[in-house]
Design a protein around this ligand. Structure first.
Ligand code: PEP
Ligand code: MG
Length: 328
């Protein structure tokens, strides 16, 4: 581990005035979890479960999946682990389950696929629950949910899988705790119908990568329109502020799992808007932690309120650069 990455690892993740911020990791099968924990990660904010599926030649069995998920709980024994259920489609393909469409990002992806294939979903849910037995802090994030019907159907299948695993583990000494269940907020339709969801979920995880793509109507992987794909766009920031405000009103816990949280300047704005649980790639942990530690919470709140009055992306970015430069 390089000095640059580790020098602050022993320090708690806080603002300058000691306000705790949870910095977690986005990871997948193969991520060095031990290293992430040594770097001071406060848990796993997003486990992209599909990456393991993508490396295989066929759908992994329940027991094979369970081994993969178990590693998370073993490494982060006392921390929260958010596992996102299979999120294929879009740009994520399985060789053994090809999806061919005109508009993959607007097509059959995320929960839409797994709800059409409950046999795949149920195996995964059972594997996750079995892996979590004996640990208490599982959060289950459901990707690409856009309607209440989808959420209700998810709950039905989750309860079914949970009851099955509970029955199976009845005579063991393993304690199976109910998971927290949330949606990955990445479809604007869910944003504009947020109270329907906040009433029913334990948490909301904001997937800024896709949320920006759909808000700006810009393919997240298309270099031609890359300049529009920005988390400093006023419309994106207003959307995020609206989510934070609504979730605060209903006391729904929020976390950010999109890569916006990995950009130190954007992370400052997120904290200022009320997002205190951020998840990002391992490499970004140290720099985000350092940026946040240089500002008091009230300063970050002021900064967020100020940028929300700006009308262009350029102005917002410039202002944020100036703020960090002022810190020397
Ligand atoms: C997101 O959409 O922000 C997200 C975290 O998921 P992914 O990048 O895997 O689509
Ligand atoms: Mg996404």
């Amino acid at each position: 581990l390089s000095y640059e990455l580790t020098r602050d690892k022993g320090l708690p993740n806080t603002t300058k005035d000691g306000f705790r911020i949870k910095l977690m990791i986005n990871c997948n099968y193969g991520t060095d979890l031990h290293k992430a924990r040594l770097l001071g990660a406060n848990g796993v904010g997003l486990f992209r479960s599909e990456l393991a599926f993508m490396q295989l030649e066929q759908f992994p069995s329940e027991s094979a999946q369970s081994v993969i998920y178990r590693e998370l709980f073993e490494e982060f024994k006392h921390s929260t682990i958010t596992i996102r259920t299979l999120d294929i489609g879009g740009d994520k393909q399985l060789s053994y389950f090809p999806i061919k469409e005109e508009n993959p990002f607007l097509g059959w992806r995320g929960i839409r696929v797994t709800l059409d294939h409950p046999e795949i979903f149920l195996v995964q849910l059972r594997a996750i629950f079995k892996a979590s037995a004996g640990y208490s802090k599982l959060k289950l994030a459901l990707p690409m949910v856009s309607t209440l019907e989808e959420l209700n159907e998810c709950y039905r299948l989750i309860h079914q899988a949970f009851a099955e695993v509970e029955e199976e583990l009845k005579f063991t000494h393993k304690v199976l705790k109910k998971p927290k269940i949330g949606i990955t907020l990445e479809v604007p339709a869910a944003l504009f119908n947020l109270t329907t969801f906040t009433k029913r979920v334990d948490f909301i995880s904001i997937g800024t990568n896709d949320l920006i793509q759909y808000l700006m109507a810009v393919d997240r992987n298309n270099l031609q329109v890359k300049s529009l794909y920005s988390h400093y766009q006023p419309s994106v920031l207003h959307a995020l502020k609206q989510i934070a405000t609504e979730c605060d009103k209903s006391s729904t816990p929020i976390q950010v799992c999109g890569e916006m949280a990995a950009d130190p300047l954007a992370a400052l704005l997120l904290v200022g808007m009320g997002y205190h649980d951020l998840s990002m790639n391992v490499i970004s942990l140290a720099k985000v932690k350092r940026a946040i530690s240089r500002f008091e919470l009230a300063e970050l709140q002021d900064m967020a309120a100020t940028v929300l009055t700006f009308e262009t992306e350029v102005k917002i970015k410039r202002y944020m650069m100036k703020m960090i430069e002022n810190k020397g």
